[in-house]
Design a protein around this ligand. Sequence first.
Ligand code: 13P
Ligand code: SF4
Length: 336
Amino acid sequence: MENQRLEYTAEVAAATGPVFEKLRRQYKDDHWRTLAPYIYAINLLKAQKNAVILAHNYMTPDIFFGVADIVGDSLKLAQEAARTDAAIIVQCGVHFMAETSKILCPDKKILIPDLLAGCSLAESITGADVRALKVRHPGIPVVTYVNTSAEVKAESDVCCTSSNALKIVEALGREGHDTVIMTPDKFLAQNVAAQTKIKILFWEGTCIVHERFTSEDIIRIRTQHEGAVILAHPECPPDVLQQADYAGSTAQMDEYIKTHQPAKAVLLTECSMSDNIAAANPEVEMIGTCQMCPHMKRITLPKILKTLQTEAPEITVDPEIAARARRAVDRMLALS
Ligand code: 13P
Ligand code: SF4
């Protein structure tokens, strides 16, 4: 199965032609001929197996436009996982996203094309760390970013994503809490703290992609690309967000470009996000200042095809941990 040879036939060319038209600026002809047969085979198999592909906004354009059924940020992918009727979910994203789908859909088969697609934030904290935080700060609720393991979610009071973190913290404020703990992303926590009166205690985790952006990058971009609108993800350091023109989750940045159609824009986030937005918004000049997430880039078309063929690797979560993690995820979905 590993050495299968997929041909670029007339049938493949016809079926994938409309996607290629959209991605002409992203892929040269020769490269496309190597990708298209995978897109064709994946789409056939997906239909035969009643599988759905949930793809994060950081997937490369061949996956994002070629095979994904649902694309979005972490929040949307969780909401759609909870909603789908498909028997199999192939999660094109990182491990914590697939685990979130399993927590929400314990009876479905959740597959991930590469089990090693991790996340520096998820790796920065354990369930035992959250238990220790609770002992140190009794009565203070723990808001945990979805970029964590099921075990960490299970110890938390409520989850959040980059698109609803402020909303969740303020909701806890309305319940009478003047202090909350946010784990594990210190920059997300500090960026939320800048927008609320509620005191936020934070954990020392960072995203290896977004921590690399600096306010000097913004000064350089403004000098070199006059008039470009700068959008930053809330996992970037606070001084970057303060100087950016807009901050939001990957879906919120996508929506901003779609509705405002700026002449030039820069996304301070993962590289494929810019490529996907450029393909969907041909009138907007996307300036390529980005950082690559090595975990997200583990997901490729050949691995997706193999996963669908073998129905592996499958994500499993201990049912007791999943049930407790679900409370925190459900509470977030209810508050979103
Ligand atoms: P979003 O929820 O904004 O898509 O972010 C997920 C992520 O991993 C960003 O690095
Ligand atoms: Fe994790 Fe950062 Fe990669 Fe997102 S971009 S998956 S937060 S390492």
